[in-house]
Ligand binder design. Structure first.
Ligand SMILES: Cc1cc2nc3c(=O)[nH]c(=O)nc-3n(C[C@H](O)[C@H](O)[C@H](O)COP(=O)(O)OP(=O)(O)OC[C@H]3O[C@@H](n4cnc5c(N)ncnc54)[C@H](O)[C@@H]3O)c2cc1C
Length: 473
């Protein structure tokens, strides 16, 4: 076969789009004969970090991707099982001359990449890994002495000052060799689930672009005023799209900057804060890259070995939204119903688990990973360790948010709480702002607060203080 007609493989992973895709564009510039392939993993028996909502969304994204690839003249192959063996078989079947993929930001993905590289080298086939998931890789944003940052603000200052890559053109007029077998597009039944899911956002690249357009046209310009109020629809809602690579971070940045160019001063201020949130995402990628032990233990060595309580019935109440703290329960119920929780409420619920119930942040981290559509290992770990006070640039342990005063500040009229807790619809919102004086339930069918915040706050302060005193220096 002439070299230019030999196929190349693009291994789809968390980059489920055709537009502005580094690996896909490079693969297509190697050869117009392309084999795009996705491997359905068999994580169910050994991986507790995903769940039916994220897999359901994934299925929709794959269906949409298959349609988009067809319009380019190529065909998505769905295969199953170990990616290394699957790619080996596909290379041998197709005579492919190269494998391209976008590099993964987490240690699990990186480990598979190493095996893929070794397998390709063994077969004498080129293997190309592309940087795609972030605007700046972890080794691009370092201190003057070449060390990774441990604190966000200097990291973000450096990050903001670096030149950003522009979006990449999508390939045109591709083909795929005939005769290569593919499984049908999957549904969640593939992983043994059959659950109706009504409240998920529309999957796929077009829907993600529409969400980004809406965010850029208005929401991110009012971001400074609205982003912290969960009842407002004041954030971009693109996190699942970045997680699944339905849009590229280059496109997000470019569109935000385009909007900034014509925005008024208030709009520009909102967009600047929004862009700094994108830098938080990359800060946590960098933390995970340079300090992969954060997946197993506290970033801050001072807080390793804290005496957490066993997760008993209070943990179940937290997961199910039955703690008797309306703002906490609303967040946990939003998560169960939609696979999303507002950032402010993520912080409140995470601090409640760790500082009021004294339950290990790793338990909460895992629960969030099972339910969040945007479940991103680095950001989730970072958010949890921030809330527990154990992470890089975390909230200091003694700054413990009070769920009642957080409600007064961020959901004063109880609109968010009433949206997610039907039992409380007829209760006056003033009752959500402080604990019931008699300690009893505020509505039929709704539990009384499971703990007293003031008492548990004192206990947390004591636990952290004693732990620090005990630690050898
Ligand atoms: C305990 C906890 C767990 C979290 N788990 C995740 C997770 O698994 N996946 C995830 O994407 N985000 C996580 N976050 C961060 C944040 O809550 C979400 O990114 C945000 O709520 C997504 O909504 P949005 O797209 O409307 O965000 P916007 O406010 O519109 O922000 C735009 C984008 O910036 C990024 N971003 C914003 N805030 C943060 C942040 N604090 N850390 C990292 N990236 C950020 C996200 O990619 C987001 O889509 C977590 C935060 C906490 C406190």
């Amino acid at each position: 076969m002439a070299e230019q007609n030999r196929p190349v493989i693009h291994w789809y992973r968390r980059d489920l789009r055709v537009a502005d895709n580094s690996s896909l564009a490079c693969a297509a510039s190697d050869s117009l004969c392309l084999i795009p392939v996705y491997f359905l993993s068999e994580w169910r028996d050994f991986h507790a970090w995903t769940g039916p909502k994220r897999q359901h969304f994934l299925c929709g994204c794959l269906a949409s991707l298959a349609g988009n690839l067809e319009t380019l003249g190529t065909r998505l192959l769905i295969r199953q099982g170990d990616a290394v063996e699957g790619l080996r078989a596909l290379i041998l079947e197709s005579g492919a001359m190269a494998v391209h993929f976008n590099a993964d930001p987490d240690p699990f993905g990186k480990r598979v990449e190493e095996s893929v590289r070794a397998m390709c080298a063994g077969l004498g086939v080129a293997c190309h890994s592309h940087a795609d998931v972030s605007l700046h890789g972890p080794d691009e944003v370092l201190t003057q002495s070449g060390q990774p940052y441990r604190v966000y603000t200097p990291y973000s200052r450096n990050w903001l000052g670096l030149e950003k890559l522009a979006p990449i053109r999508k390939p045109r007029a591709l083909t795929t060799p005939a005769g290569l077998k593919s499984l049908p597009l999957p549904t969640v039944k593939h992983w043994g689930w059959d659950v109706p899911m009504a409240d998920l956002p529309e999957p796929g690249e077009r829907a993600a672009r529409d969400r980004l357009k809406r965010a850029v046209a208005g929401k991110i310009q009012a971001y400074a005023q609205k982003r912290d109020f969960p009842a407002e629809n004041g954030t971009s809602r693109i996190s699942q799209d970045l997680r699944f690579g339905l849009i590229s971070i280059r496109t997000v940045y470019a569109e935000a900057m385009n909007a900034r160019a014509t925005a008024n001063p208030a709009g520009r201020a909102g967009i600047d804060i929004f862009i700094k949130e994108l830098a938080w995402r990359e800060f946590y990628f960098a933390i995970l890259h340079h300090f992969p032990h954060v997946l197993n233990e506290e970033f801050n060595a001072d807080w390793r070995g804290l005496p957490w309580d066993e997760p008993g019935p209070f943990f179940d109440a937290w997961k199910e939204g039955r703690t008797g703290f309306p703002i906490v329960d609303a967040g946990m119920r939003e998560l169960l119903a939609t696979g999303f929780m507002h950032n402010r409420v993520r912080m409140i619920t995470a601090m409640f688990l760790t500082k009021d119930l004294h339950i290990d942040w790793k338990q909460g981290e895992s629960h969030f990973m099972q339910h969040l559509l945007d479940g991103e290992i680095a950001s989730n770990n970072g958010g949890w360790q921030w809330s527990a006070g154990t992470g890089a640039d975390a909230a200091p342990y003694f700054r413990i948010q009070n769920p009642w005063s957080q409600t007064a500040r961020y959901d004063p009229d109880g609109r968010y709480i009433k949206r997610w807790i039907p039992e409380l619809v007829d209760v006056h919102s003033a009752r959500f702002l402080e604990p019931p004086k008699d300690g009893r339930s505020i509505a039929p069918g709704y539990p009384a607060p499971c703990i007293d915040h003031k008492t548990e706050r004192e206990r947390t302060l004591e636990i952290f203080k004693r732990h620090r005193e005990k630690k050898p220096r």
